[in-house]
Design a protein around this ligand. Structure first.
Ligand SMILES: *C/C=C(C)/C=C/C=C(C)/C=C/C1=C(C)CCCC1(C)C
Length: 239
């Protein structure tokens, strides 16, 4: 009963589509977590850590989504702090997924992800007052680009593959196939976030194209695709 109250507390007003996507986000993250944990028992030993990390990612997100929805339906606006706390925990765990799959060191990717998210938070929250959203966004975007390079996204188009990218797609079988999927997630799936950020914050274009409700919908869709999709790609390699 406690658990049910926790999940259902805070009524979503009719027509609050953003609130609805927070709700769907929390439930789908929870379902994915249960499923990844069940698959953990089925896969080969060397993939068990990967499935556990996949479950951790969606599990951490599920908890944050419950609270983010609470904040949103209470009329308290964008849950920016909870959002970035969720990301600063889950994105480095996605870096861990790369490392588990390839055995390649992940220090560089880890620090790039921290820079990407901390500067993104500064821009979106405006806490520093030092730079405008577009400049923090530009620094964050540079870190994102370097990450994409490092995991070999450019090699999709015949470009250089970077250290992690090399290890990810060399050889044959399911691991390089899954590696390619992960590269596509980073290239296309992760690009959803800077698009939402650019449309939802005041930038050099000097207008805010969408309201915070729409911005949160974009982030919520991005999270569902990337967090669940990442785990599915790893599961594909393990199966
Ligand atoms: C599960 C959460 C994930 C995969 C979050 C990823 C977030 C990003 C790739 C965010 C990137 C941003 C930029 C590249 C520039 C503008 C600021 C951010 C933080 C939205």
């Amino acid at each position: 009963m406690e658990m049910l109250n926790f999940i259902l507390a805070g009524t979503i007003e009719p027509g609050d589509f953003t609130g609805f996507t927070f709700f769907i986000g929390s439930v789908s993250m929870l379902a994915a977590t249960v499923w990844f944990l069940m698959q953990h028992g089925q896969v080969d030993k060397k993939f068990k850590d990967s499935m556990l990390v996949a479950a951790l990612i969606t599990g951490i997100a599920a908890v944050h989504y419950f609270y983010m929805r609470e904040q949103w339906v209470a009329g308290l606006g964008s849950p920016t702090e909870l959002r970035y706390i969720d990301w600063i925990l889950t994105v480095p765990l996605m870096v861990v997924e790369f490392a588990l799959l390839t055995g390649v060191g992940m220090r560089k990717l880890f620090w790039l992800s921290v820079v990407m998210l901390v500067t993104g938070y500064f821009g979106e929250s405006g806490v520093t007052g030092v730079l405008d959203a577009q400049w923090w966004g530009a620094i964050s975007g540079a870190a994102y680009f370097l990450m994409a390079y490092e995991v070999g996204c450019l090699s999709i188009f015949g470009g250089p593959s970077g250290a992690v990218g090399n290890a990810l797609t060399s050889g044959s079988g399911k691991i390089p196939e899954a590696g390619r999927m992960l590269q596509w997630f980073v290239l296309v799936g992760w690009a959803i976030y800077p698009l939402g950020y650019m449309a939802g914050t005041d930038g050099w274009y000097n207008f805010v194209a969408i309201d915070e409700g729409a911005m949160n919908i974009i982030y919520n869709v991005g999270d569902a695709i990337n967090k669940i999709g990442f785990g599915m790609a790893v599961w594909y390699a393990a199966k």
